[in-house]
Design a protein around this ligand. Structure first.
Ligand code: VG1
Ligand code: CO
Length: 545
C-alpha cells in the first residue's frame, strides 16, 4: 500500500493541558487538525518503528473516525502493531493496564474525560508512555513544539477502514491491527487485587448497590465485573451503555452532575452503596445512603484501611496527593509512618513516584483515586476497593467514614468552580493574587484566621528532578486551614477559576456542620483576597462540589 506524504500547515493552539489536548469537536474536525497532532507525536517518539501501540477511547462522538485516522497514520509511520479496543473503546485505566500487561511501547487515548460530548461537545487526545501513564511534561512540550513547525504528515493511500467491531487480527498495509476485548485485561487485573469471594458474598447476602456509568465507557467494565463476576443483580449498573453524547449529560461523577445517583441514594429504601464514573472511567464518586464521601476523604480512608484488601496487604510505601487535595491523606501517612508527597494537579506527576516504588496510593480532590496497579487514576478500581472494605468489615459507607474522622479528625473540604470567565479577567485575578503574596504571610483575617504561609506552588520531582512552577496560589492558615486558587487546564471555553477550601476539625464527633457553613469564613476571605466577584462579574460559583 502506498504511503502518502501530505502537506499541511501548523496550528498554533495544540499545547496539551492538564490531561492532553482538549478542544471542541468542531476544532478537531478541521482538515489536518488531528493529523498534525498525531504526526507531531510520532515525530518526537524515538525508535518507534516496528513497535506496538495501544489505541482506544471513551466512545464519544468522533471516536471511531479518529481511530481510523490514527490507524492509517500509525501504519504509514512504521509501527508494527496496534491493539485497539473493540468498538474503538478502551477506558483510560484499561489503556494503562493493556500497555503494561502487554509491554506495549505506548498508547493513545481519545477522550475529553468528564467534558460533555456530541457534535457540539468536546473531544480530546492524550499520549501515554510505556509505563502506562500520561506522558510527562518534557514529552508534551516536545509534541507542542513540533506542532508549531510541522509541514507534512504521513498516511496510507487507499486503506480501507478496519472493522472495529470484530475481535481478532486484521492488517492495514504492513501493520497488524488486533481488535481486543476492552474489558478482559482489566477484569483480570482487578481479580488479582481484590477479594472477589467476599464481595460476591456481600451481594449474595442481599446487599444492594447502584453504579451509574453516566452513559460513558465505564458501563461495559462495571457490568462485566459487578453483574457478571460478582453476581450483583442485573440493573445494579445504570446508564451502562456508552453513548456518543452521554445522553446529553455531563459525564462528571460529582454531586452537581450525578444528581440522579444522589437522589437514588437518599432515603431508607436506598441501596447500601452508590458509585459513579466519568466519561473515560478514571474518576469515581463514592456515596453511602444519604451520605456523600469527598474524594480527599476517600483517598484517606482507602489508605488507612489498605491492608484489609489483598492487593495491599503488605502495606503502603507512601501516599501521593495533588496539592489542592485535602490534607486528610497526610494525617494517615503520618500515623502509618510513611511519606506523603504533594504534587501538581494532573496524574502525570504521580508516574515517577509510582515507578520508583515511593508511593502506592495516589489521589486528587477531583474524584480521582488510583494506585501502582496502573499509571492512571481508576474509577472502578476505587469502587471495588470500597466494596471490598464494605464486604470484609460489614460496615456501611457512613460508618467507615465516621470512624475515620473520629480517629484522624475531619477535613471539611469544597471546590468552587467559576466557569466561563473571560481569559483576560481570570489572568488578571491570578496576577493580582501573585502580586499580593509577599504581603499576605502573617496577615490576620478575623475569625481567628491568620496566614502562616502564602506562595505560588512550585514542584521539584523527587525522582527525576523535573521542575514545574506556577502550579497554584496557596494560603495556609495557622490552624491548618487552606485556600488554593488555580486556573483549570482542561476547559475548552474561556477560563475556569478553581478555588479550593479546606478546614481541619480535630474533634468532629457530635457536631456535624454542613460543609459550606463550616467553610463560610474561608469562602469570604477567598473573595476578599482575590476579588473573585469583582473580576468575574459573577455573584456565585457555577459549580460547587
Ligand atoms: C482537572 C482536575 C484534575 C484532573 C484533570 C484530568 O484538571 O482538576 O485534578 O487531573 O482534570 O482529569 P483542571 O486542570 O481542569 O483542574 V480527567 O478525568 O479529565 O482525565
Ligand atoms: Co476522566
Amino acid at each position: 500500500m502506498k504511503i502518502l506524504t501530505i502537506a499541511t500547515r501548523a496550528f498554533s493552539d495544540q499545547r496539551p493541558g492538564t490531561s492532553g489536548l482538549r478542544k471542541k469537536v468542531t476544532v478537531f474536525q478541521q482538515a489536518h487538525y488531528l493529523e498534525n497532532f498525531v504526526q507531531s507525536l510520532f515525530d518526537i517518539l524515538p525508535e518507534h518503528a516496528g513497535q506496538t501501540l495501544v489505541v482506544g477511547g471513551d466512545g464519544r462522538y468522533h471516536n471511531r473516525s479518529a481511530v481510523q485516522t490514527i490507524l492509517r497514520m500509525a501504519a504509514a509511520n512504521g509501527f508494527g502493531k496496534v491493539l485497539v479496543g473493540c468498538g474503538g473503546l478502551l477506558s483510560t485505566p484499561a489503556v494503562s493496564a493493556v500497555i503494561r500487561r502487554r509491554a506495549a511501547y505506548g498508547g493513545i487515548i481519545l477522550s475529553a474525560s468528564h467534558n460533555p460530548g456530541g457534535p457540539d461537545g468536546d473531544f480530546g487526545i492524550k499520549y501515554n508512555i510505556g509505563n502506562g501513564g500520561p506522558a510527562p511534561e518534557k514529552i508534551t512540550e516536545a509534541i507542542y513544539a513540533r506542532t508549531r513547525t510541522i509541514s507534512e504528515y504521513h498516511s496510507l493511500a487507499d486503506a480501507a477502514d478496519i472493522d472495529l467491531d470484530t475481535l481478532g487480527r486484521q492488517h492495514i498495509g504492513e501493520m497488524e491491527v488486533d481488535v481486543i476485548d476492552p474489558v478482559a485485561d482489566y477484569a483480570e487485573l482487578m481479580q488479582e487485587l481484590f477479594d472477589f469471594d467476599a464481595m460476591r458474598a456481600w451481594f449474595a447476602a442481599g446487599k444492594r448497590m447502584r453504579f451509574d456509568a453516566m452513559s460513558a465507557v465505564g458501563g461495559p467494565y462495571a457490568k462485566t465485573i459487578l453483574e457478571g463476576l460478582l453476581g450483583a443483580p442485573v440493573g445494579t449498573v445504570v446508564n451502562g451503555e456508552p453513548l456518543e453524547d452521554f445522553g446529553g449529560h455531563h459525564p462528571d461523577p460529582n454531586p452537581a452532575h450525578a444528581t440522579e445517583l444522589i437522589a437514588a441514594m437518599s432515603g431508607a429504601q436506598a441501596p447500601d452503596f452508590g458509585a459513579a464514573s466519568d466519561g473515560d472511567a478514571d474518576r469515581n464518586m463514592i456515596v453511602g445512603r444519604d451520605f456523600v464521601v469527598t474524594p480527599s476523604d476517600s483517598l484517606a480512608v482507602l489508605a488507612a484501611n489498605a491492608t484489609r484488601v489483598p492487593g495491599y496487604r503488605a502495606g503502603l510505601a507512601g501516599i501521593a496527593r495533588s496539592m489542592p487535595t485535602s490534607c486528610a491523606a497526610d494525617a494517615v501517612a503520618k500515623a502509618l509512618g510513611i511519606p506523603c508527597y504533594e504534587t501538581p494537579t494532573g496524574w502525570k506527576f504521580f508516574g515517577t513516584l509510582l515507578d520508583a516504588g515511593r508511593a502506592t496510593l495516589c489521589g486528587e480532590e477531583s474524584y480521582g483515586t488510583g494506585s501502582n496497579h496502573v499509571r492512571e487514576k481508576d474509577g472502578l478500581w476505587a469502587v471495588l476497593f470500597w466494596l471490598n472494605l464494605l464486604a470484609v468489615s460489614g460496615e456501611s459507607v457512613e460508618a467507615l467514614v465516621r470512624a475515620h474522622w473520629a480517629r484522624f479528625g475531619r477535613h471539611y473540604y469544597s471546590r468552587h468552580d467559576w466557569e466561563g470567565v473571560p481569559s483576560e479577567r481570570a489572568d488578571a485575578l491570578m496576577t493580582g493574587l501573585r502580586a499580593q503574596l509577599p504581603s499576605l504571610a502573617g496577615r490576620e483575617f478575623g475569625h481567628g484566621l491568620r496566614v502562616a504561609q502564602a506562595d505560588d506552588f512550585a514542584y521539584t520531582d523527587p525522582v527525576d528532578g523535573a521542575v514545574s512552577t506556577s502550579q497554584g496560589v496557596r494560603l495556609r492558615f495557622t490552624d491548618g486551614s487552606r485556600i488554593v486558587f488555580r486556573l483549570s487546564g482542561t476547559g475548552t471555553e474561556g477560563a475556569t477559576l478553581r478555588v479550593y477550601l479546606e478546614r481541619y476539625e480535630p474533634d468532629p464527633t457530635g457536631h456535624d456542620q454542613p460543609t459550606q457553613e463550616a467553610l463560610a469564613a474561608l469562602i469570604e476571605i477567598a473573595d476578599r483576597v482575590a476579588g473573585i466577584r469583582q473580576h468575574t462579574g459573577m455573584e456565585v460559583a457555577g459549580v460547587i462540589t
